[in-house]
Design a protein. Structure first.
Length: 65
């Protein structure tokens, strides 16, 4: 009887875990804001890289657009 109860409990726990794992996770406001900050930082980094390249080119006497 104990074995049957243990198997039933384990099966129920596994079913609950599978149901919860299948639920889509919604993005909260903090995660959304974090992603927006990441995008902004990536764009800023790209602009800084371009500016650095222009400064190097100007120092070499090249005009690159």
């Amino acid at each position: 009887m104990k074995l049957c109860k243990a198997v039933l409990t384990a099966t129920a726990a596994a079913a609950v875990a599978m149901v919860l794992a299948a639920c889509p996770q919604k993005e909260g406001p903090a995660e959304h804001a974090g992603k927006q900050v990441d995008k902004a930082m990536d764009k800023a980094g790209q602009q800084i890289e371009k500016a650095g390249e222009k400064v190097q080119d100007a120092a070499k006497g090249e005009d690159k657009k």
